[in-house]
Design a protein around this ligand. Sequence first.
Ligand code: SAM
Length: 213
Amino acid sequence: MSRDYVPAAGFRAFTRLYDPIMALTMREGVWRSLVADRLASRTGPDSTIVDVGAGTGTLALQVADRIPGVNLVAVDGDPAALDIGRGKDPESTIEWVEGQAEALPAEDRSADACVISLVLHHLKPATKAQALAEAKRVLKPGGKLIVADWGRPELVAAPGFLALRCLDGFPNTADHARGRLPTLIERGGFRDVRRFGRLNTIWGTIDLIEAAA
Ligand SMILES: C[S@@+](CC[C@H](N)C(=O)[O-])C[C@H]1O[C@@H](n2cnc3c(N)ncnc32)[C@H](O)[C@@H]1O
């Protein structure tokens, strides 16, 4: 892991706390279900979905449950986070793969959908652009990109987002604070970029965005 790498909960020692913090503070039942439903409506049992920066696997496991028979590849740069995900359901058919968002371990045009949930704000601007280019590379033409990440915070969520920026880094989160995520996705070569959800949490305002490769 490089010096710039931001683990799931900001610091490596906190990775074990990531799931309880998410459960308590992030309204994850609401937006993860919206993301899983959107993926289910865009893919099917034999589809391949790459979860980029899958972390402790909460979303990957939910999607695998929601779409029986899907081929789900959960990629993350942190083996400790992947171990937590794997341990949650050892029987799951999810493929847990150590790898970087900016150099995805997947073939060109091999995926029907890519999901990138709460990862892009961990990446420096240049790496963010590389990660989006990688998602485009591995998607089949017309394949779907689903992004869940921080958008420009609504007033009520602004103080929490400031705290999060202290933890995850100001350069990484600057585009998010300015609401530039849809523009970055478009610049990554995606079309039909549209927001399908937005909700406030203690840590900021999450935007749910869909685009086509
Ligand atoms: C906030 S967690 C989100 C995890 C999961 N997607 C979720 O929705 O809960 C961010 C994850 O991105 C991973 N990550 C950060 N930089 C990465 C990179 N360059 N390549 C792959 N994974 C990365 C971290 O290890 C961490 O697990």
